[in-house]
Ligand binder design. Sequence first.
Ligand SMILES: C[S@@+](CC[C@H](N)C(=O)[O-])C[C@H]1O[C@@H](n2cnc3c(N)ncnc32)[C@H](O)[C@@H]1O
Length: 455
Amino acid sequence: MFYSACRTVRLKPGITPTSCSCHTGRHVVLRLDEQGEAPSDQVNKRHKKEKVPCQPVLDHFDQQYGQELPDLWASTRSVLLNPHSWQYGVMLNRFTSATDVIQILQSKGFSRFLPQTDASALLCDAHSLASKSKCPAVNGLVLSPRSISKCLPDNFHPPSLGTSHAVSQDLESDTLPSLPCHSLQCYIHPYTMRFPTPAHRPGQLKQYYLLNAASLLPVLALQVRDGEKVLDLCSAPGGKALAIMQCATPALLCCNEPDPHRQEWLTKTLESFLPHSLNSRVIVSAQDGRCFGMSEAAKYDKVLVDAPCSNDRSWLHSGSSQRGDHRLKERVRLPVLQAQLLRSALSAVRPGGVVVYSTCTLSSSENYAVVETVLNDFPEAEPDDLWEEIAIPLSKYFAFGPAHPSRGQASHKPSLQSQNRTVSSYHHRLGILVVPQPGKTWGPMFLSRIRRRPQ
Ligand SMILES: C[S@@+](CC[C@H](N)C(=O)[O-])C[C@H]1O[C@@H](n2cnc3c(N)ncnc32)[C@H](O)[C@@H]1O
């Protein structure tokens, strides 16, 4: 059992955990024929079960996202409304041998996303070059493209970095060395090829986990290293916790989830993927995430806040109009809860530590506005620019939205300008947004990384 230090804190009446059925962990079971198409009998079964889009939610999104993402919403809408176009990534479990799975994946045309041979190999080269050259000592695994280019030979010419804030162009992303070396292995397919859910094998760990590949970006941004203390504040069903454990072996990973049913789901996930030898390092707790910052102040090196949000994909298929209406009413309260969770996370992280805030909605008020509000109250917190570090290197796989929607720009003042930042870099620093587009259907996923300044 991955249980210890489990404290249940009752949520205040009226503020129940949002039943956010995050798109991580949603397993779609389809057998694949040789062409990668679902057999027609299965396609027919799927059609029978298919839900019609929820009209009140669709109308609401049309109005909001039509304004916030004017150039993108029409194509995003078509992706979100068509579950057959959704893609799933296959994250391998490093605690099992997955040679057989890799062979099947490769034979079906899947390839490794974040292959070791491009960015990370170049990064490792840069490390060895740095150690032999005049370059200052390299701390940690991540170097910015700029610092690497200083260490590379004079005749090395990196591709120029695009500065456009619009949807990604196919930049020469494979050669941009800004992502860390890591053991995370995720396979993706260029088309909407789906892989079956991993079978339960008695006494054996599961070999892979299916997820929206954009869910890995907040974990990459967290940059967890061996021996660190990590808090996953809103953890169920556990997809990102598993991804963290693929990247490194923390001294402690506390997976927090206050909703009892979802906590059960989380515990089962951890038990199915992680070996018993990690039981003392991976614990499940049941606190209201808003209280963590007080009860465990400055205890963690890294905190992930994968916040409850209006999950655009699942909300569009809410079923009845009544349910859709109810969710839209709940929606207005989410930014307050999200800001409370983010504040709590910033209190739980040690000075010098890092918090990543993420959601799976396109909504500006749950994304940029939450980050901005919290930054205004936390002078000791500083946002990082993830555009260069994550959006540009991965633009081959993901489409990214504009740095900050125009509506948000008008309504939220860049208070950090006083700290010598331009408006443009300020808006990049608030976070990056993965916007589903035809051919790059991953997302929605917003992520922002905030550093607590060392004292
Ligand atoms: C987006 S989901 C998390 C998905 C998870 N990180 C993953 O990758 O599988 C958000 C979770 O936050 C939980 N939650 C809701 N209110 C919370 C609160 N006050 N404190 C902590 N977690 C909360 C929800 O029950 C839900 O399981």
